[in-house]
Design a protein around this ligand. Structure first.
Ligand code: XMP
Length: 186
């Protein structure tokens, strides 16, 4: 097994996603005005399950953001900005869906960019929040669960493209980290 500990089983993830879908559905007064934006690539699995469980259909777009090399934030966030998306965002209620709030740099950059496209409102939905002192403090409107400061994989979250397809969330094992020469204490 690539993980030293499972932090959420398939069933627990389903319960979390159902709860979040319920919260979002009851807040969505005008689903037609809403645009869901999914941060790729880590949030794809979570977002697919979440959106499927909403009790209404909402338009969905994707945006690619990257800041991590193996288990570390590079501190520099690259967003693949899409001009078509700018027009879609203007005047809409945005639901930004991401996998994990770690340093907060990625969410911060995404929110800044979305805000510059003049939406009517922005809400954030994030599966995991790491319990660390974030570099950027972000308001999370819909949060799945808090996790300790470990490198987490599975359910869409990856280590160098691997382990996304694990149906559970787990802490990546020391053995795998040492095989890749990741020299820190994750
Ligand atoms: P920041 O630090 O900007 O991180 O809040 C945001 C993005 O970095 C990736 N990330 C992780 N990916 N396990 C992962 O598989 C982790 O523990 C982890 N921490 C950060 C992720 O893509 C996230 O959106």
């Amino acid at each position: 097994m690539p993980c030293s500990k499972i932090i959420a089983t398939e069933q627990q993830l389903e319960e979390i996603v159902s709860r979040l879908a319920g919260e979002i559905s009851s807040d969505l007064l005008h689903p037609d005005h809403c645009l869901a934006i999914v941060a790729l690539e880590g949030a794809q699995t979570f977002a697919t399950d979440l959106l499927e469980k909403l009790d209404c259909s909402i338009e969905t777009k994707y945006i690619k953001a990257a800041s991590y090399r193996q288990t570390h934030s590079t501190g520099k966030v690259t967003i693949q900005k899409d001009n078509m998306l700018i027009q879609k965002i203007c005047g809409r209620d945005i639901l930004l869906i991401d996998d994990i709030y770690d340093t907060g740099l990625t969410l911060c950059e995404l929110l800044k960019w979305i805000d510059s496209c003049q939406p009517k409102s922005i809400r954030t939905c994030v599966l995991l929040e790491k319990q660390i002192e974030h570099i950027q403090n972000i308001r999370i409107d819909y949060l799945g669960m808090k996790v300790e400061d470990n490198f987490v994989v599975g359910y869409g979250l990856d280590f160098d493209g691997q382990f996304r397809n694990l149906p559970y969330l787990g802490i990546l094992s020391e053995e795998i980290l040492s095989r890749y020469n990741v020299s820190d204490n994750f």
